[in-house]
Design a protein around this ligand. Structure first.
Ligand SMILES: CC(C)(COP(=O)(O)OP(=O)(O)OC[C@H]1O[C@@H](n2cnc3c(N)ncnc32)[C@H](O)[C@@H]1OP(=O)(O)O)[C@@H](O)C(=O)NCCC(=O)NCCS
Length: 248
């Protein structure tokens, strides 16, 4: 089909590098990513000489997430904008994990080249992402699903989504969510928001906060950046959110 304007399609294997490049720019000052990376300075605030290397480290981490989602049978969707000549421009993406699947398996991580982030960010990243973050969020999600009589693993998970910063505010996230919600049918969709903006956008898109928590207390500030100032080490807020099917 010939598309005249922006449209949603599934990502092709050749799209993954382009996706992770704008994904890294979108998350360059995200508290969760700053915390995972053990960063002292947000990438967005770094000098140009340092910025490129730090963005590449973040890109590798995010690329592993997208590849993991594809490896477990999930869908990575993109908003593509056809160009007058040359390849389409990709401006937004969403990565959907299907029910009963997780992306944290050792084999999945190996196949998705997680070692690249271990080399770049070190053991702290692995500890925060795998030992603290995922089990904490997973337990909250299970409890919330059970409380509404849903099977604990029978939900779609919006693992990650972003719009290229230069293309935000133009409705591309809404296009992705509309397509994704139709595909998820009558099952709950779970996610977490780590900024006030994404929380408000998700709430607008029909997600409900089921629990708010604080991560990194005593270690990082409200932007997720490492600090030795105990007064500033408040940690950062995370909202676990669920979009319930109409019948719930
Ligand atoms: C969150 C993010 C994905 C939104 O993408 P976007 O393409 O700019 O969003 P859209 O322009 O499609 O707006 C989405 C909807 O939210 C609404 N919206 C925008 N700002 C809002 C706000 N502050 N409060 C409530 N609703 C808001 C829009 O009006 C739109 O709804 P509509 O289609 O009914 O008009 C984007 O800001 C982003 O990439 N942020 C960085 C990465 C991130 O935080 N990702 C999410 C965590 S995984």
């Amino acid at each position: 089909m010939n598309h005249q304007g922006p449209y949603v399609r599934e990502a092709r294997p050749s799209d993954f590098d382009e996706i992770s490049a704008f994904d890294a720019r979108a998350f360059a000052d995200d508290p969760e990513m700053n915390w995972f990376g053990g960063l002292k300075t947000a990438i967005a605030d770094e000098a140009p000489t340092q910025k490129a290397g730090s963005l590449e480290n973040l890109r590798l981490f995010l690329d592993t997430i997208n590849r993991s989602v594809a490896l477990v049978g999930g869908r990575v969707t993109v908003v593509a904008i056809p160009q007058e000549s040359g390849p389409e421009k990709l401006v937004a993406f969403a990565a959907w994990v299907p029910p009963h699947k997780v992306i944290e398996g050792t084999l999945t991580s190996l196949r998705a080249k997680a070692h690249r982030s271990l080399f770049a960010w070190g053991f702290t990243m692995w500890w925060r992402a795998s030992v603290i973050f995922k089990p904490t969020i997973g337990a909250i999600v299970k409890k919330a699903l059970k409380a509404k009589s849903h099977q604990e693993t029978d939900h779609y998970r919006l693992e990650i989504t972003a719009t290229d910063p230069e293309y935000q505010g133009k409705g591309y996230s809404s296009m992705l969510m509309k397509e994704g919600f139709e595909r998820c049918g009558s099952k709950p969709i779970t996610l977490e928001a780590t900024t006030a903006h994404s929380r408000d956008v998700y709430a607008h898109q029909g997600f409900e906060i089921v629990e708010s928590l604080t991560l990194g207390q005593g270690v990082v500030d409200s932007r997720g950046l490492n600090t030795k100032d105990k007064g500033a080490a408040t940690g950062f807020p995370v909202c676990v959110m669920i979009k319930w099917p109409a019948s719930t």
